[in-house]
Design a binder for this molecule. Structure first.
Ligand code: FAD
Length: 415
């Protein structure tokens, strides 16, 4: 991992000595790296920090829809797309009835015939990290500890004892965001959980017809995707486990393998490989639900603001949409950061809330963790969507992204 441009004495305040605006971006995930790229492109001096020295340890699949792909292209990251992602295969919805396995296949091509793409998260994010311009000041292994808010700046204190001053702080620090905890709400008040546990299993086994599979059975939601190397497959299962119950990994894997077996004989090798796999991790269903994503000079972005849950396959879309919207709003409103952040939030919140509603209601319908009639879950979901429709239709939200050329044009005019 690179560590670049580290200043000798970071306790010295460097704020605005050159008149260039300075941003601290906390977190080197997709949201943080993309924010660093876009802010740098629009003339900001950017410091990008991550508490980890190697921020991309785990390798499971990340879905990139066409909005995410388009934004990456506008970042000039076509080579990253070509090297580290591959077209999402056709997807089959599988279910069993009256002793028969039924399949409904669909593909994820858009109106231009372009498919969504899948990325092995670790090499993909490493390549995006390498794409961040070399003039961005990257500090790895540096944890943000606290923030001091002043009217015209924010002072950030890091765990290594250094401090630095910025015009704006962007919290792109993920589900367990420190920036959110320091400025807006503790995790206990901002993260929604619902007794659903995810089991991620990598297996060295091929999906026979190469199609991805989605299924719901035994109160369990299943997503099964081939890796780029078709000899490897990822299983993501979401199943009900009441809060506080100790996780019995063996029992969870057996439950998932049994569920897969019931979906067809062609999946038996995948089920057996799941039982034998040691490449397993568990996470909890989690959504960040906050009534506000910003304070005067501090703003949240990506999972820190609105984690939708990896099940949705929409994390990359939400993060990248937010980056483009935030950069454009900062360009438009200059030092009026509250107006910029309000604008950004109004553009991205309708997408985030609708994606959260669909994801949570679907998983709660399948897993029946909410102990209420399923009709209530469906009606609640329709209610959520109805509540969001006015903001989705609002004119300014239809322009929810700004072309890079627009940012360059604004720069030219400012110069
Ligand atoms: C380990 C992991 C595995 C994931 N796997 C998948 C997957 O397989 N499929 C999928 O669809 N989605 C996955 N996700 C979620 C997906 O990556 C995100 O939805 C999407 O990429 C947007 O993430 P983000 O950049 O907002 O946050 P993240 O990717 O979570 O990045 C946040 C970064 O902030 C850093 N950070 C946190 N606190 C501090 C602090 N105080 N100081 C400095 N740095 C800090 C963290 O180290 C982390 O690198 C995963 C997330 C994580 C963290």
């Amino acid at each position: 991992m690179r560590r670049r441009n580290r200043k000798e004495d970071q306790n010295v305040d460097t704020h605005t000595s050159t008149g260039t605006k300075r941003a601290l971006v906390v977190g080197c995930g997709l949201a943080g790296c993309a924010t660093a790229w876009w802010l740098h492109e629009s003339g900001w001096e950017v410091v990008l920090v991550d508490q980890r020295t190697d921020p991309y340890p785990s390798s499971y699949l990340l879905q990139l829809d066409n909005v995410a792909i388009d934004i990456l292209r506008r970042m000039g990251a076509q080579d990253v797309i070509d090297r580290t992602t591959y077209p999402s295969p056709n997807t089959a919805l599988r279910w069993c009835g009256q002793g028969k396995t039924r399949t409904l296949s669909f593909d994820t091509r858009d109106h231009r015939g372009e498919p969504w793409r899948l990325a092995d998260r670790s090499p993909f994010l490493s390549a995006i990290f390498a794409h961040v311009p070399s003039t961005v000041d990257i500090r790895l292994g540096v944890r943000l500890d606290s923030l001091e808010n002043f009217t015209d700046r924010v002072k950030a204190h890091f765990a290594d004892g250094t401090a630095d001053t910025f015009d704006v702080v962007v919290g792109a620090d993920g589900l367990h965001s420190t920036v959110r905890e320091l400025t807006l709400a503790p995790e206990s008040a901002s993260v929604y959980r619902n007794d659903v546990t995810h089991l991620w299993i990598n297996v060295d086994e091929k999906l026979l017809d190469g199609q991805a599979i989605l299924a719901a059975r035994n109160r369990t939601a299943l997503q099964i995707y081939p890796y780029r190397d078709p000899a490897r497959t990822m299983i993501l299962a979401a199943l009900p486990v009441p809060a506080g119950t100790p996780l019995d990994h063996r029992a969870l894997v057996d439950h998932v393998a049994d569920t897969i077996t019931h979906l067809g004989v062609d999946l038996e090798p995948i089920a057996s490989a799941a039982r034998a796999s040691s490449d397993i991790k568990t996470t909890q269903f989690s959504q960040v639900r906050l009534s506000r994503w910003h304070t005067r000079r501090v703003v949240l972005l990506g999972d820190a603001a609105h984690c939708i849950d990896p099940l949705s396959g929409m994390g990359a879309h939400g993060a990248l949409l937010g980056v483009v919207s935030l950069t454009a709003a900062l360009q438009r409103y200059g030092s009026a950061t509250t107006s910029a952040f309000t604008r950004y939030e109004s553009e991205v919140r309708p997408f985030a809330e609708s994606a959260q509603s669909v994801t949570a209601r679907t998983i709660e319908y399948i897993s029946r963790t909410q102990h209420r009639p399923r009709l209530t879950t469906v009606l609640g979901g329709l209610g959520d969507i109805a509540r969001i429709i006015p903001s989705l239709l609002h004119k300014k939200n239809q322009r929810n992204s700004l072309a890079l050329s627009d940012i360059r044009e604004t720069n030219r005019q400012a110069a």
